[in-house]
Design a protein around this ligand. Structure first.
Ligand code: GLA
Length: 384
């Protein structure tokens, strides 16, 4: 699906140099929302939307980035990398160079052409895909290669320390380490993971509400702060709870009255979501799809009501899916406040499901949603 030929020939024509080409996928999260930065569990899948990067070395010490999507070029000096972001698409790739330089790597001059089909601002991790693919491309020139989990951590730091988005590790991790036909139950504390096979007769249908989501905006960090405030109260009482991963529902019962009502609800979502995520992996492994669907429904209700991370369009998209033939489970996926729902659907029904869901959504909101029947893909790699 992602043929490197076009990008390679465009790169050659623009920069007069043969590149090597890399790919990194976007992701959809089946369950486990806002648990990653609480050192809990997530269960994402790499999808067949991806970002490609073609790279070749330069001898003039310049870093020239070209985005095929934006049809725009931006030039930097390898020896004088920027200290701050400029609220531009180039922040992600140049941020990777900045962080690699901070790790002691000598960043050479290079030309980098980028093209991707991960819809931007839809909660499918276009920025993580861009960071991870750039990380693979640059390290192919420096010769210091990073194992997938290490590359993921570096790319998360690009968001946290350079771009200024306070995200967790999920998106970068799955983009770097995804596995064909599998979801990954990731323990965000130690980055150990378990592969959960997606049965061949199940399709992953991603429905874009077309409501733009941004994790750099105010809601994501607010929710994070609120949940962390609840954690601090529990930790103040019994210690050993640096993250909500370590808290229990009993803790919440005991000390919830000391919390701001919103903090209590955010923490309730995170604590119960961790339990649901681990249970969903087990159910998937046992082939208990009814249980997977039930857990997804519970997760959506918790995300929407307790975490207040949804929006009317996403709630409606989930609701409208409920009585469509073939549905196993539906919920809002990703950072929240818009973006996409993820639907697990019996493959035989997937096409009709997508059509009917799209028609229902259009009838209600007058907006044509993009609906994609996706496949669980592999993680980032070189394309040759
Ligand atoms: C965004 C962030 C992730 C994670 C999710 C919510 O995608 O980048 O780290 O926190 O939101 O689960």
């Amino acid at each position: 699906m992602h043929d490197p030929v076009v990008l390679r020939s465009k790169h050659l024509a623009r920069f007069q140099a043969e590149p090597v080409v890399f790919v990194a996928p976007g992701r959809v999260n089946l369950i486990g929302e806002h648990t990653d930065y609480a050192e809990g569990f997530v269960m994402p899948v790499a999808i067949d939307f991806a970002t490609l990067a073609a790279i070749s070395p330069r001898t003039d010490g310049k870093i020239v980035l070209y985005s095929e999507n934006f049809e725009e070029e931006k030039t930097f000096e390898a020896a004088a990398l920027p200290a701050a972001p400029s609220k531009h698409w180039s922040d992600y790739p140049i941020g990777v160079a900045v962080l690699l330089a901070g790790e002691g790597q000598t960043i050479p001059g290079f030309s980098l052409s980028i093209w991707g089909d991960v819809p931007l601002g839809s909660g499918l991790s276009s920025s993580a895909a861009l960071e991870v693919v750039t990380g693979l491309a640059i390290t192919s020139l420096t010769g210091v290669t990073y194992p997938g989990p290490v590359l993921a951590r570096l790319c998360q730091r690009v968001e946290n320390e350079f771009v200024g988005a306070n995200c967790g590790i999920m998106d970068q991790f799955i983009s770097a380490n995804g596995k064909e036909s599998h979801a990954l139950l990731l323990d965000c504390r130690d980055l150990s993971f378990k592969l959960a096979p997606i049965p061949a007769d199940i399709a992953i249908v991603i429905a874009n509400t077309m409501v733009k989501h941004s994790i750099a905006g105010g809601d994501y960090p607010t929710r994070r702060r609120e949940s962390e405030a609840a954690c601090a109260i529990i930790n103040g009482h019994r210690g050993g709870v640096p993250f909500l991963r370590d808290a229990t529902l009993e803790d919440l019962e005991k000390w919830g009255h000391e919390m701001e009502p919103k903090s209590y609800l955010r923490a309730k979502h995170v604590i119960t979501e961790d339990l649901r995520t681990v249970a969903a992996e087990k159910a998937l492994e046992e082939g208990n799809l009814a249980e997977v669907g039930r857990l997804m429904a519970e997760a959506h209700a918790s995300y929407s009501k307790d975490f207040e991370g949804s929006c009317p369009e996403a709630d409606a998209m989930v609701e409208m899916a409920q009585d469509l033939p073939g549905l196993i489970g539906a919920r809002l996926t990703g950072g929240g406040f818009g973006g996409c729902t993820v639907n697990l659907v019996q493959r035989d029904h997937a096409k009709a499901f997508a059509e009917k869901l799209g028609a229902r959504y259009f009838a209600k909101f007058g907006i044509q949603p993009q609906i994609h029947v996706c496949h669980a893909s592999g993680g980032a790699h070189r394309l040759d």
